[in-house]
Design a protein around this ligand. Structure first.
Ligand code: OX2
Length: 835
């Protein structure tokens, strides 16, 4: 690249190229420059919001300089790259992370202090980038951090929703949704690339023609509506590296701004309607977690995003002038769940219809390029698009799917000649009414590797939902990559006190890039002085959460109490209902005690937070039960500090950063076999909290890594679940005695009109108790009792906590990314050296 530009131009350019700030003074100069010129303000009207923007722009300048170097290096060396396709990136706030990752938080904090600003207030100005629902989106965000921090050449591709996940308000104890328009103010992190745009077609028809040169029969898709995708880039900083990767999010705009015909005819309103229609596509994130809702607009989002991204990837590949068969040597594409599965079909279409490769050549390239990550076995979350809806929106793609399916079924028939049932079981087209396209099957057929996200989950998919495919392809196509979390955000940023203490003991912050180093803490697990500092930090973090609770709810909680936290999306399978029914049991138990007995009990603060999908009735009832129990318990003077029940409104990433370091116990209590992995379990333990959990998802591996003495497990195992559900169907419900009492008081109206909770109770008592609340209830209470007993022994608890943190090295998302890089993507690190 260099050699094309005359040396004298290059030298003049280099002389003036902005240098990223290294000192406080350099930071201050850039900061003021942004306030005075970019923001057109001055010392006299620079408020916290302006200070945030100027600090962010200064940090961005630094990132862009390393971003440029990284992209330049990648262009020159042209390594194999990975593209992570995810409909969700739950990034949260970026400023603190950018300053910490570039190790400039200290100087910038001093820098703004000199102008009278406090870093805390400035950081608090930033809205969360909440472009995701829960674990799946947050995983993608952690992966972006780890891709850069481990110097992998990798980009993320997603959608730039104008509205992220809704804001949750609690009104009269119920969830109410409000739109999250996060772009009200300038977004200092995004770089609009209006010049990078792709026209995308929907609807239309398929036309057959004969190629004039080859005489071959060809097909082409034409005549549809066009919508334009424009790129917005977000630099992704890494820790301890000069690399900066890119997250490219697409936004939809109309191809022709205006219908002049209509305008001239005097129909002004509908002349702009095209514009509105186009902008709808990326307007809003679908607010469902682990639930498929089958809306056409969602399919449009998927195709829009996947096509724009593929177009971009192919453009980059074509620059290298390599032959098509080398595509999989240069490009790996990872499908984050089935949401981007149409990419498989779109790449096949481009190679066959537009590049005129043969079907087999094209299919070979496609299947070597894609990898598919499955995140759930829940049937209600598996995507199946009605054939008619699909064929109307994407007619050529449906034809290609039929062909992919035909060739696949022919292969299956050869392998299992006498098994007709197998054919209908594995067909991409489900012969139901209406007929549906099974996206997970398409993803498996079009990928070279399929992975689950924790060991138990990966085993389960191979023996349940994808069992037939293991027979067809053999076991090697299926693998496991256990999820991870970034220790930069979830330890260093969220818990600076603990991070500092650990760095003192381990001789520096090396653990942030090599989390296995935490094992070095083991030898301090019984060191009294270390334990005391460890406990003091936990208390400080509990006070920070107590302040948040006070400011949100007005309730003062006792810091000495055991903080028992369950924060995650509200879902029946995650069993917040088990938690709150357990709380009611605790309340009844306390009420039945004498004053003297009561004085011996361990005080508890039960903290529950999370959003329900707006249309998920039962989840909303669960929220109402939590807030109703809180309203009674929190105002019972006899109980006082012994029990408080707090619902945290609008749980999000930035609140998680305050909540996670403050737990004594956190709950991860899904019905065994339903939670694929969970990632907040990892975050809580990394911050020294213990877990109350079921034998599910990554809890299993956490137990193995930290030792079973350091975790409170309860409940039935995944292998029991099917039998229990079967039993429920054919025998009379028998409530566990403690649960029966809890139902009784709820039905007596203790927590408000019992009619509100009838359906929730019925789902357990009369409708088969699908999530085994009753079966696990007593075992749950027993585990809670044990926790109360053990919490009294402060030193014992501290040593469990220290030993747990020491064992968490495995759960770094760096480890997960390196596993993907090595066993699925076949890519290598490419660090940009210091210049
Ligand atoms: C979530 C899973 O429910 C959770 O167990 C997992 O930790 C997370 O993905 C990241 O892998 N939507 N969200 C998930 O799966 C789906 C589908």
């Amino acid at each position: 690249i260099d050699s094309q530009i005359p040396i004298k131009f290059r030298e003049t350019w280099k002389k003036f190229v902005p240098k990223p700030f290294e000192t406080k003074e350099e930071f201050q100069k850039i900061f003021i420059n942004h306030v005075e010129t970019t923001l057109a303000r001055s010392l006299y009207n620079c408020d916290d919001a302006a200070a945030f923007e100027a600090t962010a722009l200064s940090a961005r300048d630094k990132l862009i300089s390393s971003w440029n170097k990284t992209q330049q290096k990648h262009s020159i060396r042209d390594p194999k790259r990975v593209y992570y396709l995810s409909l969700e990136f739950l990034m949260g706030r970026a400023l603190d992370n950018a300053l910490l990752n570039t190790e400039t938080k200290g100087i910038s904090e001093e820098g703004i202090n000199d102008f009278g600003f406090r870093m805390e207030d400035v950081l608090d100005q930033e809205p969360d980038a909440a472009l995701g629902n829960g674990g799946l989106g947050r995983l993608a965000a952690c992966f972006m951090d780890s891709l850069t921090s481990t110097n992998q050449p990798g980009w993320g591709y997603g959608l730039r929703y104008q509205y992220g996940i809704f804001k949750q308000k609690i009104v009269d104890g119920y969830q109410v949704e409000q739109p999250d328009y996060w772009l009200t103010f300038n977004n200092p992190w995004e770089i609009p690339r209006k010049e990078i745009s792709v026209d995308i077609m929907f609807y239309g028809y398929v036309r057959k023609y004969t190629d004039e040169v080859t005489g071959k029969q060809c097909k082409t898709w034409e005549g549809g509506d066009l919508i334009k995708a424009v790129a917005y880039d977000f630099p992704v900083p890494g820790y301890g590296t000069k690399n900066t990767n890119n997250l490219r999010l697409w936004s939809s705009v109309p191809t022709s701004e205006f219908d002049f015909q209509k305008f001239n005819d005097g129909d002004y309103e509908s002349s702009v309607s095209e514009q509105q229609k186009a902008e709808t596509i990326t307007a809003v994130l679908y607010p469902n977690d682990n639930f498929y809702s089958g809306k056409e607009l969602r399919l449009k989002q998927q195709y829009f995003w996947v096509t724009a991204s593929l177009h971009d990837i192919l453009r980059r590949f074509k620059k290298s002038k390599r032959p098509w068969k080398e595509f999989p040597d240069q490009v790996a594409i990872q499908l984050n769940d089935t949401h981007p599965t149409i990419a498989i079909v779109e790449l096949q279409r481009i190679l066959v219809d537009l590049e005129h490769l043969s079907w087999d050549e094209a299919w070979d390239i496609v299947t070597k390029t894609f990898g598919y990550t499955n995140h759930t076995v829940l049937p209600e979350a598996l995507e199946k698009w009605p054939v008619d809806l699909f064929g109307n929106l994407l007619p050529r793609h449906l034809e290609i799917i039929y062909d992919i399916n035909l060739f696949f079924l022919q292969k299956v028939e050869k392998l299992f000649p006498n098994d007709r049932e197998m054919l209908s079981r594995v067909s991409v087209i489900e012969e139901s009414n209406p007929r549906q396209v099974r996206m997970a099957y398409l993803a498996i057929i079009g990928s070279h590797k399929v992975n689950g996200v924790a060991e138990l989950h990966s085993k389960l998919i191979q023996t349940s939902i994808f069992k037939d495919f293991v027979k067809i392809y053999g076991p090697d196509k299926f693998t496991n990559v256990t999820n991870g979390i970034t220790p930069r955000r979830w330890l260093n940023q969220a818990n600076p006190l603990l991070s500092k203490l650990i760095s003192e003991k381990l001789g520096g912050y090396g653990f942030l890039t090599d989390l296995d180093k935490l094992t070095g803490l083991k030898k301090y697990a019984h060191d009294k002085e270390f334990q005391a500092r460890w406990i003091e930090i936990k208390n400080a973090n509990k006070r920070r959460l107590a302040d948040l609770i006070k400011s949100q709810t007005g309730i003062e909680v006792n810091n000495e109490a055991l903080f028992d936290i369950q924060v995650k999306r509200i879902h029946e399978y995650k069993r917040q209902q088990l938690n709150i029914l357990g709380v009611v049991h605790r309340y009844l138990t306390l009420k039945a005690m004498s004053k003297e007995e009561r004085s011996k009990q361990v005080p508890r603060v039960v903290i529950i937070g999370g959003k329900s999908a707006p249309g998920y009735y039962m989840a909303k009832v669960i929220i109402k039960l939590v807030t109703s129990v809180g309203a009674v318990v929190n105002n019972d003077e006899e109980i006082g500090d012994l029990l408080k029940v707090i619902f945290i409104e609008d749980y999000n990433v930035s609140k998680a950063e305050i909540i996670t370091p403050a737990s004594d116990i956190s709950q991860h209590i899904s019905t065994a076999g339903t939670e694929a992995s969970g990632t907040s379990n990892m975050k809580f333990v990394l911050n020294g909290g213990l877990i109350l959990g079921t034998v599910d998802g990554a809890n299993v591996e956490i137990t193995r890594e930290i030792g079973e003495d350091n975790i409170f497990l309860f409940g039935h195992l995944a292998e029991d679940v099917e039998d229990l559900r079967h039993k429920h169907r054919y025998s009379q419900f028998e409530a566990s005695p403690n649960l029966a009492k809890v139902f009784e008081v709820i039905e007596s109206g203790m927590f408000g009109h019992p009619g509100i909770f009838t359906n929730l109770i019925n789902s357990i008592r009369n409708d088969g108790d699908h999530y085994l609340v009753n079966d696990d209830f007593q075992s749950y209470l027993d585990a809670q009792d044990l926790i109360d007993k053990e919490f009294v022994d402060k030193d014992g608890w501290a040593s469990k906590s220290i030993n747990s943190v020491a064992g968490m090295g495995f759960f770094s998302s760096d480890r997960a990314i390196l596993e993907y890089a090595d066993s699925i993507w076949n890519i290598e690190a490419l660090p940009v050296e210091e210049s």
